[in-house]
Design a protein around this ligand. Structure first.
Ligand SMILES: Cc1cc2nc3c(=O)[nH]c(=O)nc-3n(C[C@H](O)[C@H](O)[C@H](O)COP(=O)(O)OP(=O)(O)OC[C@H]3O[C@@H](n4cnc5c(N)ncnc54)[C@H](O)[C@@H]3O)c2cc1C
Length: 314
């Protein structure tokens, strides 16, 4: 038997938009295809599998990946931005096709109507069939990481997100076992951004259009009410870590990961909460769940997907 030797344990290659669909005012769906995707694969459901995409610098071309090896990744950041382009993180909403016809579906939020659009949003807004982008994604049979959804034996799920987490929540909902129970709260910019989603009957799906309100304004009260907690007015947290990432196995703030169980006063045993979106929104919900309600940090994943006013580092 012959085995193919790859330079890298992940897919790092150019792919192209093979289908572009405007789903709603805030979402553009792009199917990415390319021969390299024949090697795509993860062990089990993709859930919230994240990938990286590199977009060209305005008017420029993509960095070459023809001979990419480990050094490509370590030296990419050192190159001038005109050459390296911009790397951003997205979620695999769905995998379609198989073999060389495998396509990854990515739902992009288009934002920046206030003049703050970043390269990811701008690329999606203008995407046409044939447009290239560099993809970093899992290669079948190789460890890659990037799936945070890990409910273990939880009996109740709580999925919460703003529009950037809608692709991940919808992907998770579509891959849950039919007997799963819980609720999903999805805050989106407008009522026209409510999408149809496949989900188990026992998981309630609540869409929360904020219609001009600040990000996180609808989701906070809805989640606390759902948990039976008092809904008090909240101020924007003073300190927001734009890279907030608190999961049962990693803490961006350096907290002890295996802290003892501190469940007090609320019947939240069996709960697993997955919360992602704008970092201040996630920080506020984290404070409410972990500090005020005493939910064990091992039952939660809090992830800052973006920070208002801060471009993703790349
Ligand atoms: C694990 C993970 C998975 C993600 N999955 C997805 C996904 O599937 N789809 C998706 O669209 N995004 C997703 N995101 C979020 C996305 O990476 C960020 O929104 C990113 O900043 C977009 O890059 P950009 O080039 O458009 O903007 P940037 O250049 O990063 O930012 C430019 C400006 O736009 C603002 N900004 C960034 N995002 C938004 C937004 N959504 N709304 C309003 N203002 C914004 C920034 O605050 C900044 O002021 C994910 C993030 C992570 C960490």
């Amino acid at each position: 038997m012959t085995t193919t030797q790859h330079r890298l344990p992940m897919i790092l290659d150019e792919v192209r938009a093979v289908r572009v669909e405007r789903l709603s005012p805030s979402f553009v769906r792009v199917e990415l295809g390319g021969a390299c995707l024949a090697d795509f694969g993860v062990d089990g459901p993709t859930y919230d599998q994240r990938i990286k995409l590199v977009f060209p610098y305005a008017g420029g071309s993509l960095p070459s990946v023809a001979d990419a090896d480990q050094a490509w990744l370590s030296t990419w950041l050192e190159r001038p931005v005109e050459e390296r382009g911009h790397m951003r993180t997205y979620t695999i909403r769905e995998v379609r096709g198989s073999g060389a016809d495998t396509r990854l579906v990515v739902d992009f939020v288009v934002h920046g109507h206030d003049g703050q659009a970043g390269p990811g949003s701008s690329w999606a807004e203008q995407a046409e069939v044939g447009d290239p982008v560099v993809l970093l994604a899992p290669r079948r049979g190789e460890p890659f990481g990037g799936i945070e959804f890990a409910p273990g034996t939880a009996s109740q799920l709580l999925l919460v997100g703003d529009e950037t987490a809608v692709p991940a929540i919808c992907a998770i909902l579509g891959q849950l076992p039919w007997q799963a129970r819980g609720a999903a709260f999805l805050e989106v910019p407008t009522a026209a951004d409510v999408l149809s989603v496949v989900h188990p009957e026992g998981v309630e799906v609540v869409w929360l259009p904020r219609d001009g309100g600040p990000v996180g304004s609808r989701v906070h009260d809805a989640v606390l009410t759902h948990l039976g907690a008092p809904v008090l007015p909240v101020d924007e947290p003073v300190e927001v870590d734009p890279d907030l990432w608190e999961t049962p196995t990693y803490s961006s703030s350096g907290e002890e990961v295996d802290a003892p169980v501190t469940l007090v006063g609320h019947d939240l045993e069996g709960l697993y909460a997955w919360i992602a979106g704008e970092s201040a929104m996630v920080t506020t919900l984290r404070r409410a769940l972990v500090r005020d309600l005493g939910v064990d940090r091992r039952q939660v994943a809090f992830m800052g997907y973006w920070r208002r006013g801060v471009a993703m580092r790349s």
